[in-house]
Design a protein around this ligand. Structure first.
Ligand SMILES: Cc1cc2nc3c(=O)[nH]c(=O)nc-3n(C[C@H](O)[C@H](O)[C@H](O)COP(=O)(O)O)c2cc1C
Length: 198
């Protein structure tokens, strides 16, 4: 059983990456034997969906950027959950996150490959209340259209997911409240994934 984490920041190793690392570590601690992997979109070239219809004919995309290379991870047996971490950009997700989610239409069109996978979202803003919940909602909508099962950060904080703040002294690494919600999300994703897929 495996949980895939995707960081949709254009910057490698920054706030979204750190929050995602914390979530995946908590996921592994909560469910012994769980495997996790982490992909950063920062070093990938992923264009928007062209709506060409090619993927309606089979599991192949007409574009030859880095997205088709992610399909292996997304369709391999054992995938039980997906955690997407995004910076907040103007109250929403990054263009990297949106391009990834739009291109993932190929999974919906080819047998709903993400169906019943547990989905969770982390949003990292430069402001404490900079639109984290709005960014999370937009990604939840995409996950729902894939027939995924979305969860939040679980008890005791139990709201919408990882809501993180990178703008204080010390940045994301010392945002204890945000890290608590990211870890809670990781636990929630893995515990529910284990009930469904374990
Ligand atoms: C174009 C742009 C728009 C941004 N808009 C917001 C925003 O609406 N709310 C917010 O809290 N932070 C905003 N930020 C700040 C980023 O969310 C913040 O720096 C975050 O830590 C970036 O994530 P990263 O460290 O994973 O790259 C914005 C940054 C950029 C570059």
């Amino acid at each position: 059983m495996r949980i895939l984490g995707i960081s949709a920041s254009p910057r490698q190793g920054q706030g979204s990456f750190l929050a995602l690392l914390a979530a995946l570590e908590a996921a592994r601690q909560a469910v012994p034997g769980l495997e996790t992997s982490l992909v950063e979109l920062a070093d990938k070239d992923i264009n928007g969906c062209l709506a060409c219809g090619h993927c309606a004919k089979g599991l192949a995309c007409s574009q030859s950027d880095d997205f088709p290379g992610l399909l292996g991870e997304l369709t391999a047996p054992g995938l039980a959950g997906l955690i997407l971490a995004t910076p907040v950009y103007f109250g929403g997700m990054t263009s990297q996150a949106k391009a990834f989610l739009d291109r993932a239409v190929i999974l919906r069109r080819n047998g709903f490959r993400l169906r019943d996978r547990v989905g969770g979202v982390i949003a990292v803003g430069g402001f404490r209340n900079g639109g984290q919940e709005l960014a999370i909602q937009g990604i939840h909508a995409a996950m729902l259209t894939q027939d995924m099962i979305i969860v939040g950060d679980g008890m005791p904080t139990s709201h919408f997911g990882g809501t993180c703040f990178s703008g204080g002294p010390g940045g994301m690494a010392v945002d204890e409240f945000g890290l608590t919600t990211a870890r809670g999300l990781g636990r929630r994703v893995s515990e529910l994934a284990a009930k469904i897929w374990g």
